[in-house]
Design a binder for this molecule. Structure first.
Ligand code: HEM
Length: 529
């Protein structure tokens, strides 16, 4: 209530006692409103002092001008911050400071500064920025991707890496790829006109990871898989958009927004599903038999417990950690793999001459099922995959890191607790390292002797250092086999008269898929089409 309202009330009142009451009440209200104003001014002053002291104490990287507290709204509310920041590199250099509200975010835009931070000063930059919805989703940081750097995280990551190695050993993955892809390619060849390949790719990848994790092979329309996929898709969109609780963390303890409550409900549904599968595996587990990734995890955990030569404390490592790993693999694997496949099909249908070269290479192997052992004979196919990941990194900004101590990069100070992102979109287009960076040219990944140049200078689709993608050793051969298996059977063409388009649409923070496009396919297995 404002003081004006109180005076109006006073003037119209005939009752003196009531007047006295109102004066008292008005004063009290004025005091309250004054207190709120004081608090507000105090908070603003606090932030400003913090802002000024930080500027004076540290030599922070440059960045676009911003309003204190509010920050660079045009960057953090945009759906393509990787592009926006890339455009700033000429003006501000490779290390750019962008304010997300009152929080400082540092973008690293060249391979040189990313290597300095993530590899040379690996431990300083190995933390993760903690947000409320992330903490909720990971049962308080019991996963790998969002957990902060800690001894428990190290054990967790080591066991998961071992499990992936167990999984890659043998022919589990290649058999499953062939079986799974055939189901969906059989459907694609039945399309009589131009169609969007997105839906098929999405189902293909989801079923693939479903089988990787749970060992179950399900028909394409299986209702259980569909239900899980629907919840997953809704969760990814809502989680990616962020919630108020992430901006104002204490809110989650006082009052939960409807959006956050819904996120919690979806998380519980997904986790009760994964937990059920996990428990069934545990009941039927036998260390000598490896049916899928859950078995691989159980084997790796047993080994870690039996052979604890480094004296690590594995006692607190309970089932929740392993269930969280399964969830990590699902979440980290699906959208990245799906997006890369989508771009691969988009580039291949727009470049028939490149596609023909891939098919020629596959043809030299024959029409039998492709296996991991064929990798060295699929060099041109792999170069196409690498070029796809260069132009369209599945996670252009990776997952935000957080500094664990005061440190430096590119000659600037980076205070403890700063959010740091590597901009792979910028690194993969750096004109100092890439000629005609915007053109699709797989030959840039081939050496003079025709072998694959797997580690070019400015190329990091899986990041580097302590938090490098855990799935890289699986994702690369898996994607190669998936893409080559697709081209072995299908010729991917644009509908007649349609020109290629390689424009992206932002999905979530730093992620882009190709704009909606249609293709027609020719079945090479039954070459009568
Ligand atoms: C084309 C496919 C993929 C790409 C391009 C990709 C890329 C990335 C990137 C850029 C990061 C962030 C690294 C950082 O914070 O510096 C990451 C993290 C991660 N990825 Fe992948 N990824 C892919 C597939 C996969 C798959 C299939 C799995 C699971 C088997 C996986 C599991 C993870 C995990 C667990 C992390 C978190 C690592 C940590 O924080 O220690 N990724 N990935």
């Amino acid at each position: 209530m404002s003081s004006g309202t109180v005076f109006t009330l006073l003037a119209s009142s005939r009752n003196i006692r009531r007047q006295i009451f109102l004066v008292g009440y008005g004063k009290m209200m004025m005091n309250i409103s004054l207190n709120w104003q004081t608090v507000l001014v105090g908070v603003c002053f606090g932030f400003l002092s913090y802002y000024v002291i930080k500027r004076l104490k540290y030599r922070l990287p440059p960045g676009p001008p911003c309003v204190p507290i509010i920050g660079n709204v045009q960057v953090y509310t945009s759906r393509d911050p990787h592009r926006k920041v890339f455009k700033m590199v000429d003006k501000y250099g490779p290390v750019i400071n962008v304010s997300f509200g009152p929080v400082t975010w540092i973008f690293l835009n060249t391979i040189e500064v990313v290597n300095e931070a993530f590899v040379q000063r690996a431990e300083d930059f190995a933390g993760r920025y903690q947000i409320t919805s992330g903490i909720m989703f990971t049962d308080g940081g019991k996963d790998i991707a969002f957990a902060n750097y800690s001894p428990m995280w190290r054990i967790h990551r080591k066991i998961a890496a071992k499990a992936l190695r167990h999984y890659l050993h043998g022919s589990l993955l290649e058999d499953m790829i062939q079986e799974n892809m055939s189901k969906f390619m059989d459907r694609m060849v039945k399309e009589t006109g131009p169609f969007e390949p997105k839906q098929y790719i999405s189902l293909m990848v989801f079923h693939q990871l479903y089988t990787v994790c749970f060992g179950e092979r399900r028909p394409p329309d299986d209702p259980e898989v569909r239900e899980f996929l629907e919840i997953y898709d809704r969760f990814v969109v809502d989680f990616g958009a962020g919630s108020l609780e992430d901006l104002v963390p204490f809110l989650a303890h006082v009052y939960e927004t409807a959006k956050f409550k819904n996120l919690v409900r979806m998380k519980e549904k997904m986790f009760s599903f994964i937990t059920q599968k996990y428990n069934r595996h545990k009941e039927s587990f036998s260390p000598g038999i490896n049916r899928d990734l859950i078995d691989s995890l159980l084997i790796a955990k047993h080994e870690a417990e039996n052979d604890n030569s480094e004296g690590e404390d594995t006692e607190e490592f309970d089932d929740v950690y392993l269930i969280q790993t399964v969830s990590d693999i699902f979440f980290a694997g699906i959208d990245t793999t799906k997006t890369i496949m989508d771009w691969f099909v988009c580039f291949m249908s727009g470049h028939p001459e490149v596609q023909a070269k891939c098919r020629e290479e596959i043809g030299n192997i024959g029409s039998r099922q492709l296996t991991m052992k064929d990798r060295h004979r699929l060099v041109y196919n792999e170069a196409c995959l690498y070029e796809t990941m260069r132009l369209a990194p599945a996670a252009s900004l990776g997952i935000p890191h957080c500094t664990l101590c005061d440190t430096q990069v590119g000659g600037y100070d980076i205070p403890k607790g700063t959010v740091v992102l590597s901009n792979f979109y910028a690194i993969h287009r750096d004109p100092h390292h890439w000629k005609n960076p915007e053109s699709f040219d797989p030959s840039r990944f081939l050496k003079k002797d025709g072998t694959l140049n797997a580690k070019p200078d400015s190329y990091l689709p899986f990041s580097a250092g302590r938090r490098v993608c855990l799935g890289e050793p699986v994702a690369k051969p898996e994607l190669l086999l998936m893409c080559a298996t697709l081209l072995q059977r299908l010729e991917l063409c644009l509908p007649e008269g349609v020109r290629p388009c390689y424009e992206g649409i932002p999905l979530s923070f730093g992620m882009e898929a190709p704009k909606s496009y249609k293709i027609v396919v020719k079945d090479r297995q039954n070459a009568n089409c």
